[in-house]
Design a protein around this ligand. Structure first.
Ligand SMILES: *Cc1c(COP(=O)(O)O)cnc(C)c1O
Length: 290
């Protein structure tokens, strides 16, 4: 039996796991009396779109630092962000790579005052913590054998591992090529909470990272994936996004095919949202997906 955790329905614009990762960050920004939120992302980033909307909803000014001087500020994602009042600033890819550095933080402080900083993808302590709720909500309804979730930074998956009290198997599907490093990142996130190697290793035993379903790399796709999305939609009336959830659902179906266990199992697919990304892909391929 397959269940789908519909986090895509949380909010039409602050979708899915982005809402989970922003919630406690917004609380912190309020608590610290900040006036604006500064974050960063790529030109089609779901996180930029979600942060712009969340900032507007909660009465913050917002600034989005966008990767690449060639980014098109009038694309669907960035137009939307600006319509929410987000101020956008492009920086070079090399500067963007240094966004974790103190120099970069100093540069931000020179330009903007009284701001709360959220890293790319909402990948911080509060982001991880917000995602524990996904697991709590799933466990309150059903006790699944396996759960499948998409990974970009694996912040969402890290939170779910922390929230996994029932020992169910957690499959993370990497949206990027060469996603093996994500396992280390999950380990780091767990260590920073548990501060204990044994507890971390124990929690890591219940997870598996699937790294072969990236379809060529981040934001890459082919007609096979598009056909899969269309047939998934015609069977379930549920839209998947091409960057993350389609690849995860595809991986899950492949895993189901490989399984020879006769006992029926309960599986959950976490629909992390991201549907705003469809427009850009349709534009790129000059073809409607749905
Ligand atoms: C951003 C995003 C992800 C990746 O989440 P991480 O916490 O960075 O792993 C997964 N699914 C969707 C739809 C997203 O927008």
């Amino acid at each position: 039996m397959l269940y789908i955790k519909r986090d895509d329905l949380i909010h039409p614009e602050v979708s899915g796991n982005k809402w989970r990762k922003l919630r406690l960050n917004i609380d912190q920004a309020k608590f610290k009396g900040k006036k604006r939120i500064v974050t960063l992302g790529g030109a089609h980033s779901n996180h930029i779109a979600a942060t712009a909307k969340a900032a507007e909803l909660y009465g913050f000014e917002s600034v989005g630092i966008i990767r690449g001087e060639d980014a098109d500020l009038s694309n669907p994602t960035l137009s939307f962000a600006q319509s929410c009042g987000m101020q956008l600033l492009k920086i070079s890819r090399s500067d963007y790579r240094n966004a974790d550095s103190w120099d970069f933080k100093d540069w931000l402080k020179e330009r903007f005052e009284n701001f709360y900083f959220i890293p790319q993808g909402g990948a911080n302590f509060y982001g991880v913590n917000g995602c524990m709720d996904i697991m709590k909500e799933v466990m309150a309804e059903i006790q699944p054998d396996s759960i499948f979730v998409s990974c970009g930074t694996a912040t969402t998956m890290s939170g779910m591992v922390l929230g996994n009290k029932g020992g169910c198997k957690l499959f993370g599907v990497s949206a990027l090529k060469g996603g093996d490093f994500l396992l280390k990142d999950i380990g780091k996130n767990l260590m920073s909470v548990y501060s204990d190697r044994e507890t971390t290793d124990f929690a890591m035993e219940n997870i598996k990272l699937l790294t072969d379903y990236h379809f060529g790399g981040f934001a890459k796709l082919n007609t096979e994936l598009i056909t899969f999305m269309q047939s998934f939609y015609s069977e379930t009336s549920i839209k998947l996004d091409p960057i993350y959830t389609a690849k995860t659902a595809y991986a899950m179906v492949e895993m189901a095919k490989m399984k020879h266990n006769k006992n029926p199992e309960k599986w959950v697919l976490v629909h992390t949202g991201g549907l705003q990304g469809i427009k850009a892909i349709e534009k790129r391929f000059q073809e409607k997906i749905y």
